[in-house]
Design a protein around this ligand. Structure first.
Ligand SMILES: [Zn+2]
Length: 51
């Protein structure tokens, strides 16, 4: 699984959950974003723009 902004690999924790966040775009499609990009871009809108 890769971050859709920076394309780096996202690790899974022991529950097989990614260290990242799912963001839904206006079409309801889910995108995975790593924690670093989420911190850097802050808003959902900025993240979607940078994909
Ligand atoms: Zn990223």
């Amino acid at each position: 699984m890769k971050c859709e902004v920076c394309k780096s690999k996202i690790q899974m924790n022991f529950l097989e959950k990614p260290f990242g966040t799912y963001i839904k775009d206006e079409n309801g499609k889910k995108h995975i974003v790593c924690n670093a990009c989420q911190r850097k871009l802050k808003s959902k809108e900025a993240i979607l723009e940078n994909m």
